[in-house]
Design a protein around this ligand. Structure first.
Ligand code: GLV
Length: 329
């Protein structure tokens, strides 16, 4: 039952979901600044609240959870949740909601766009206009490559990976191979996707697009060893989480031409330093973590994050929950 619970809302989220919260008899606290709260500000504020609506810029780690173990629900505005210590929240019986699928189309568009942008050097060529280096039509300068029929490798063929594979299959008739924790029979049937080992994925992909969660197993899985196994013509795309690739190893692999190019929507750290060598490489395109950045996706995320809190207080259930074991006992 909703009867004045105090909800801390850590950023300026789209109105679509916030209006749903405002219609209920909650006491809402909105953090009004553009920047995220520091860990100290977050803990000090959360101490005095019953529930938290947060996102990937908020660090919900063990020290925070030790101090705020009274929280009744944490609702994350994102599909990824590596900013939250889920085992610790579970030990403290705090349900954690999230917003899956709201941004699958939007994020797949960014992966697909980065693939073309890298293959045709969009960002580098744009800079030649800004710096006055355009010059004349050059029959042999800065040539890219065509994507038709290239092999697409997907690491993590879940909701977003499938949307990327659908785009590549439909637009460029790409054969799809993938590696996952578990098989995806629906995608195998729909797209003819072929399950391969991680090493085969590295060896056979022309485009290798990352769509997995960041976990201890996937942290830095794309490292020097992995890049050495990839084709010299390969394009590496990461729209998932920056630490899934080891950035110095990626820079070295590109310098040594072990792979052809890279498209990144996520970096490690974020924000990326403006003098990062990746930003001046001809075959690299970097975006500032904007995969879910459409009006439609952000509205859906806002609604799901709000509904997770509202439904929890009305029914005891969280429609989209990461740790359901907390509520099933
Ligand atoms: C964005 O990165 C998300 O996890 O939703």
């Amino acid at each position: 039952m909703i009867n004045g619970q105090k909800i801390l809302i850590t950023r300026q989220y789209p109105a679509a979901g916030m209006d749903l919260l405002k219609k209920e008899p909650f006491q809402l606290t909105f953090w009004e600044k553009e920047r995220p709260m520091t860990p100290a500000e977050l803990a000090a504020q959360a101490e005095d609240h019953d529930a938290l609506l947060c996102t990937l810029t908020d660090r919900i780690d063990k020290p925070f959870l030790d101090r705020c173990s009274h929280l009744e629900i944490i609702s994350q505005f994102a599909v990824g949740f590596d900013n939250i210590d889920i085992p610790e929240a579970t030990r403290k019986n705090i349900p954690v909601g999230f917003t899956p699928d709201a941004m699958s189309e939007a994020t797949a568009d960014i992966a697909f766009g980065l693939m073309i942008a890298v293959a045709r050097k969009f960002f580098f060529l744009h800079k030649t206009i800004l710096t006055g280096e355009w010059g004349y039509f050059n029959p042999t300068g800065h040539l890219g490559y065509e994507l038709k029929g290239r092999t697409l490798g997907i690491f993590g063929l879940g909701r977003i990976g499938v949307k990327m594979a659908e785009r590549c299959h439909a637009a460029y008739d790409m054969p799809v191979i993938y590696h996952n924790r578990s098989r995806n029979p629906a995608a195998e049937k729909q797209l003819g996707a072929r399950f391969v080992s991680f090493d085969r994925l590295l060896e056979q992909s022309d485009i290798l697009s990352v769509h997995c969660a960041l976990t201890p197993e996937t942290r830095h899985i794309f490292n020097a060893r992995a890049f050495r196994k990839m084709k010299p013509s390969a394009v590496f795309i990461n729209t998932a989480r920056g630490p899934i690739h080891h950035e110095p190893d990626l820079i070295a692999a590109l310098h040594q031409k072990q792979i052809w190019g890279a498209g990144l929507d996520v970096t490690d750290p974020e924000p990326m330093a403006p003098d990062n060598p990746l930003l001046s490489m001809e075959n690299v395109c970097v975006l500032p973590h904007t995969g879910s950045g459409t009006m439609e996706a952000r509205d859906r995320m806002s609604v799901l994050a709000a509904e997770n809190i509202i439904m929890f207080y009305k029914t005891g259930q969280v429609p989209h929950i990461i740790n359901p074991e907390v509520l099933s006992g």
